[in-house]
Ligand binder design. Structure first.
Ligand code: FE2
Ligand code: FE2
Length: 134
């Protein structure tokens, strides 16, 4: 089962950005399927490593875009990105320590972060500056 579901409230109002966010969610779901099914990912560490890389790449793109445009809320926005990356590190430690309920907890925490971040920081950024996708 998919870990995360795209929701209309995630939309920032720019199709190219929504598309990128949908791809991020699809990546998370694919990794999760691989971890829980018989795919290539053999361990929680591999899952979180790939998850971290996929999410970091998107954040790096957004942060570069904000720097290039001297965006006024770069600091706050970047801090929220860092908060998720920290939380992913915590989740990995917890999963390694105790695998029970990990997937349910993971989806709730990722979902909460994405809903809030997309609706607030990303919506404001892309309303102000448009899309970084070409
Ligand atoms: Fe984003
Ligand atoms: Fe963002």
């Amino acid at each position: 089962m998919a870990l995360l579901q795209w929701k209309d409230q995630y939309s920032v109002g720019i199709e190219a950005v929504d598309h990128e966010h949908k791809e991020l969610i699809a990546l998370i779901n694919r990794l999760h399927d691989e971890l829980t099914g018989k795919g290539a990912l053999s361990s929680a560490e591999a899952f979180f490593g790939d998850l971290f890389m996929g999410i970091s790449a998107h954040f790096a793109l957004e942060e570069r875009f904000m720097r290039e445009h001297r965006y006024d809320q770069l600091g706050e926005h970047k801090a929220d990105h860092e908060r998720l990356l920290d939380e992913i590190r915590d989740m990995m430690d917890e999963l390694v320590a105790d695998e029970s309920n990990a997937s349910e907890d993971l989806s709730a925490r990722l979902d909460a972060w994405f809903s809030r971040h997309f609706e607030t920081h990303d919506a404001r950024l892309h309303k102000a500056l448009g899309s970084h996708a070409h």
